[in-house]
Design a binder for this molecule. Structure first.
Ligand SMILES: [Mg+2]
Length: 235
């Protein structure tokens, strides 16, 4: 992609702008205390509970079902009724934990500020639910639309998810970049949707050989600025 043509940038959020220290896992573990108090049962082995939670959340994040259904399934698996109150308590606890547990990646705030100063519009596209993802974005100093899959009804890597992002940004795919850590949902998805894909490999991983190589790779947030045209070239 012609660097001078970058008109807007979309971002993944989890493991791209912030890490959340598994706050949804923690919220479900806390919910389990209430389920147990209500007469539900739990394993004596905490590692088993955590493995169960992580597997459930992983299926949920891949789009198998919405977070509300994950909480209901969690309650049923522990011998409790799938009450709406559990869903509400989980959501409330998870959102409240963002302030303490979500940590912006090094350089992210500075990078976002620099993009603001250059007048480059930004938006988040996340496989997740709001207001949780909005709160995380705020924690990273992000100012812009936060599209969550639960709201738009489609998940990355679907081209429809990236179409929703382009619609929010108001820019064509060929002038829009997408930055994310996940080779499949972020990099391959945005590349196939016609965006300029940027792999944010801050953990020094190996890009899967079965996918087309990422057009751009950065290892630190501020490196994104080095890929962009100089400020005076941006109109
Ligand atoms: Mg991610």
């Amino acid at each position: 992609m012609d660097r001078a043509a970058v008109a807007a940038i979309g971002f993944d959020i989890d493991h791209t702008l912030v890490i959340d220290n598994k706050l949804e896992r923690v919220a479900l573990l806390r919910l389990l205390e209430r389920i147990e108090a209500d007469g539900g049962r739990r394993s004596d082995n905490l590692d088993d509970e955590i493995a169960h939670i992580d597997a459930l959340l992983q299926r949920q994040r891949k789009g198998a079902f919405p977070i509300e259904d994950a909480v209901r399934e969690f309650a049923i698996a522990h011998g409790a009724e799938p009450r709406d109150a559990y869903v509400e308590q989980f959501r409330t606890m998870a959102v409240a934990m963002v302030a303490d547990l979500a940590i912006p990646l090094p350089g992210v705030r500075e990078m976002l500020r620099a993009l603001r100063e250059r007048g480059i519009p930004v938006a988040v596209l996340s496989n997740g639910w709001n207001p949780l993802q909005i709160k995380k974005a705020q924690r990273a100093g992000f100012e812009g639309p936060v599209l969550a899959s639960a709201d738009i009804g489609v998940q990355k890597p679907s081209a429809a998810a990236f179409a929703a992002l382009l619609s929010a940004l108001g820019t064509p795919a060929e002038r829009t970049w997408f930055v994310g850590d996940d080779p499949n949902s972020d990099v391959d998805g945005s590349r196939l949707a016609g965006l300029g894909a940027v792999w944010f490999d801050w953990e020094g991983k190996t890009f899967p050989s079965e996918l087309a190589p990422p057009p751009h790779t950065i290892h630190a947030a501020m490196e994104l600025l080095d890929l962009l045209p100089l400020g005076e070239e941006v109109r």
